[in-house]
Design a protein around this ligand. Structure first.
Ligand code: KPL
Length: 311
C-alpha cells in the first residue's frame, strides 16, 4: 500500500489548524513531544467551534507507518531538532514541507533531508487558546515551493490538497524571494510590537512610527544589496508600502512574536533578524536598530532584563 498519511510535526496553532482542515480529506496525524487531548476544537474565522478527534503521536514513539509527506510546523528555532528526531525513522524520498518563518532552517534542512523539500509561507492567522482549542483568526494564502525551484508537481499537488481543505494555496517558483519578503515585514514589525506589547496597528502612531521607518530603511538597504526585491520592483518606497500595507491589514492583530512573549515562549528572533544582520555584515552595511533588537531579544532569551531602547 502506498503511503497516504500526512504527518504534521509541531502541534502549535499552525500545525493544529492544518490538521483540523485536512481531517476527513486525507489521513492525517499530528505529532509532538507530548500528546494533547485527542478531542480538539478549532474556532473558525466566523466564530463557530469545530470539534474533531485528531489522530496524534509522540515523536519519540513514532507510528509504524511511512508518511506520504511530513509537514514541519514547529517554530523556526525548534525545526532542526524536530527533524533530527524523526529523520532517521523515515525512508529516503519522503517529502518534507517547512512552514517556518525567517530564513534559517530552510537552506540547512533542504540540504540535510533525504527527499524533496518544499518551503511554505503563509498568511493564515491562528493562535492557541488552550491544550484543546485553537482559533483560526483570519483566512490567508499559502505559497509552496522548493528553494531551487524543483519539485513543482509536488508543490502543485500539495497546494491543491490544502486548497480543497479550505487553506488556499499555490505553487510558487520564487519561494526564496517570498520567504525573504515575509522576513522583511516580520523584521520591521515583530521586534517592536513584542518589546512594547502593542497590537500591530499601534505602530502607526507616535512614538512607534519613526521606529518602524528606521527599520524599513535598514532592511531595504540590506535586501537591495542581496538582490531581494519588494513587490513593485525595488527601493525603499516599495518596502515602505509593503510594510505599512501589512500593518494596516493586521492592525488589530497581536503579531506572533508578541504572542510568544506574552506566553513566555522563545521568540523567532534568530530566524528573522540574524539572517538580515549576516547579510548586512557581508555587504558592510550599518544596521544599528536591527542589531539592537537582536541583542535585546537574545538577552530576553537568556532571561535577563534589558532596558528599553528607542530603535
Ligand atoms: O506575520 C506576522 C506575524 O504575526 O508574525 C505579521 C502579522 C505580518 C506581523 O509581522
Amino acid at each position: 500500500m502506498s503511503p497516504s498519511t500526512h504527518w504534521i510535526v509541531g502541534p502549535g496553532a499552525l500545525g493544529r489548524l492544518i490538521t483540523h482542515r485536512l481531517v476527513g480529506r486525507v489521513p492525517v496525524r499530528l505529532l509532538g513531544r507530548r500528546l494533547l487531548p485527542a478531542r480538539q476544537t478549532l474556532v473558525t474565522p466566523a466564530g463557530d467551534p469545530l470539534v474533531q478527534t485528531l489522530a496524534m503521536a509522540r515523536i519519540d514513539v513514532l507510528p509504524q507507518e511511512t508518511p506520504a509527506v511530513v509537514h514541519l510546523t514547529t517554530k523556526a528555532h525548534a525545526a532542526e531538532a524536530a527533524h533530527a528526531a524523526i529523520a532517521e525513522h523515515l525512508p529516503a524520498g519522503v517529502p518534507l514541507v517547512l512552514w517556518q518563518n525567517g530564513f534559517a532552517c530552510q537552506p540547512r534542512l533542504t540540504e540535510r533531508h533525504h527527499g524533496p523539500v518544499l518551503c511554505a509561507t503563509t498568511t493564515e492567522g491562528a493562535h492557541v487558546q488552550s491544550e484543546d482549542r485553537v482559533t483560526h483568526a483570519g483566512h490567508g494564502h499559502t505559497f509552496l515551493g522548493a528553494l531551487n525551484g524543483d519539485h513543482t508537481d509536488l508543490a502543485r499537488t500539495l497546494a491543491r490538497t490544502l486548497s480543497e481543505a479550505g487553506l488556499p494555496a499555490e505553487a510558487a517558483d520564487d519561494i526564496r524571494l517570498r520567504l525573504w519578503r515575509k522576513l522583511a515585514v516580520n523584521a520591521a514589525i515583530n521586534p517592536l510590537v513584542a518589546r512594547y506589547t502593542i497590537r500591530n496597528g499601534q505602530l502607526r502612531d507616535r512614538p512607534f512610527r519613526p521606529m518602524v521607518e528606521r527599520l524599513i530603511v535598514e532592511v531595504s538597504a540590506i535586501l537591495d544589496a542581496e538582490g531581494v526585491t519588494p513587490p513593485g520592483g525595488g527601493g525603499v518606497e516599495d518596502w515602505r508600502r509593503l510594510v505599512w500595507q501589512v500593518i494596516e491589514a493586521t492592525a488589530n492583530n497581536r503579531a506572533s512574536m508578541l504572542q510568544d512573549v506574552l506566553a513566555s515562549r522563545p521568540t523567532e528572533h534568530e530566524a528573522i533578524l540574524a539572517p538580515l544582520l549576516a547579510a548586512a555584515s557581508r555587504h558592510q552595511l550599518p544596521a544599528p536598530c536591527l542589531a539592537q533588537h537582536l541583542h535585546d531579544l537574545r538577552f530576553r532569551a537568556e532571561k535577563l532584563a534589558v532596558p528599553p531602547t528607542l530603535c
